[in-house]
Design a protein around this ligand. Sequence first.
Ligand code: NAP
Length: 253
Amino acid sequence: MLMNLSGRTALVTGGSRGIGRAIVCSLAEAGAKVAFVYQSNRDAADKLATEQTALGRDVIALQADVSKKDEADAVVEQVLAKWEKIDILVNNAGIIRDKPILAMSSEDWQSVIDTNLTSVFNFCQAVVRPMMQARYGRIINMSSVSADFSNPGQANYAASKAGIEGFSRCMATEYAKRGITVNCVAPGFIETDMTVAVVNLAGDKIKNAIPVKRLGKPEDISYAVLFLAASEASYITGQVIKVDGGLTLGGMG
Ligand code: NAP
C-alpha cells in the first residue's frame, strides 16, 4: 500500500485546530503514531486526542509554547522517551498579527517571528540528532504563499515564512546524505480560525481570485503533507509545494 505510515512516529506542532488538526488525522489514519503540540486550547486538543484514540489510533496531545527552546526540547524528549524515535516532524504552528509597518509594534513583529520561524529552528535542531542516528527523517515546514506573494499588512508574517523557506533549503542540503528530507508546504487561503475574519469580510472576492473558485480545506494541505511524510518521497528535498488552487499563478481566469 502506498503512503503507509505503520511503524512511523510523528510530531506535529499546532495540531489542535485548523490545518494542524487535519495533518494529525491524516498521519494517524495512514498508521503513524502522532504526538501533537498545542499552546492554550486544551479542550480542542483533548477532544482530538480522544476522538483519534476511539478510532484505535495512537495520538497524544502535549502542551508547549513552540517559540521557547526549552519547551521544544522537553516535547521532543517526551516523545523519544515514549516511542524511541521521531520519523516525521511537521512544524505547523503559526500566528498572524497583521498591521501596516508604521502601526506594527516590536511585540507584533517579534511574536510572529518567534512563533512561526524560531519554532522551526527549535524543533528541527531538537530532532536532527535522533533522525541522523536513525538515518531517516521527514521534516515538513508550513510556509505560506505570503512568503513570495505581497499582502499589505503582513510584513512580519511574510518575513517569517520566507525565513522558513530559506532555513528549509539550507537544512535540506546539510542533512540530505543522512536520509533526512526537509520540505515546505505553502498554503493559499484555507478555511480555518486564522482566516475567518478576512473570509467574512471578502470571501467572494477571494474565491473569484482563485482559479479553482473555492477556498481551500485543511485536508487539501494535510494530503500534501502526507505525501511528503511518506518514505516514497525520498527523492524530494528542499522544495516548496504551493497548495493554493492556482492563486499565485497570475493568470486572468
Ligand atoms: P489556526 O487555525 O489559527 O491554528 C493555529 C495552531 O497553532 C493551533 O493549534 C494553536 O494552538 C497553535 N499555536 C499557535 N501558537 C502556538 C505556540 N506559541 N505554541 C504552540 N502552538 C501554537 O491556524 P491555521 O490556519 O491552521 O494555520 C496553520 C499553519 O498554516 C500556520 O503556520 C499558518 O501560518 C499556515 N498557513 C495558514 C493559511 C490559512 O489560510 N489558514 C495559509 C497559509 C499558511 P492552540 O489551539 O492551543 O491555540
